[in-house]
Write a protein that binds this ligand. Structure first.
Ligand code: COA
Length: 166
């Protein structure tokens, strides 16, 4: 059973995402994101060989993470979500923690992501895991018809590289 290092109150399993998961994944996506990904975007992520994992409990998908590869050393978290009723139980942190461990093992040296500057839940999780803001994209996200919101670009160096560079 694949688990991250954070203590969870429910028993979960993290595994590779498959096509069969996409109905559950897109249903969570529509529920939690302001600008949800289409099913096609998830299908493309699988086809492109991105790092796509789901977290499940008793065979029910509770969340997922998608990470693309910028280069052999850099990765970008494209999407992460936990279904509404399962949030604030440590699942998102655990999933991130797991992905950071696996990506380090796969030789990635640093990881990037973009987040709405008002997404405080996500920002708290990222900051606890050691991500720092390295940039901002103005008016990156559309919110409603007229309002726009900035994206913060966050970065985290991965441990193996930090240890090697000392
Ligand atoms: C961002 C997201 C993935 C975080 O997932 P999550 O499972 O809720 O995250 P966690 O539970 O690990 O951490 C969130 C909070 O719950 C707290 N928490 C963790 N375990 C807990 C527990 N057993 N009991 C109560 N709270 C707990 C965490 O400490 C944190 O709270 P705090 O920092 O305010 O104290 C989730 O909020 C989500 O899907 N959001 C919508 C999609 C989204 O915005 N994705 C990110 C786009 S960049």
């Amino acid at each position: 059973m694949n688990r991250g290092r954070c203590n969870l109150k429910i028993k979960t399993n993290i595994r590779v995402m498959k096509s069969i998961d996409l109905a559950a994944v897109t249903s969570i996506e529509k529920d939690v994101h302001i600008q949800p990904w289409s099913k096609k975007k998830f299908e493309d992520s699988l086809l492109n060989g991105y790092f796509c994992r789901v977290v499940e409990s008793h065979s029910r998908v509770l969340g997922y993470i998608i990470v693309s590869h910028f280069s052999s050393h850099e990765a970008e978290i494209l999407n992460i979500a936990v279904e509404k009723f399962s949030q604030k139980k440590g699942i998102g942190t655990n999933l991130m923690d797991y992905a950071l461990m696996r990506l380090t093992a796969l030789g990635r040296r640093e990881i990037f992501l973009e987040v709405r500057e008002t997404n405080s839940n996500a920002l708290r999780v990222y900051s606890k895991l050691g991500f720092v803001a390295v940039g901002r994209r103005s008016n990156y996200y559309g919110v409603g018809r007229h309002k726009k919101e900035d994206a913060l670009i966050l970065n985290r160096k991965l441990q193996k590289w930090v240890e090697k560079s000392r």
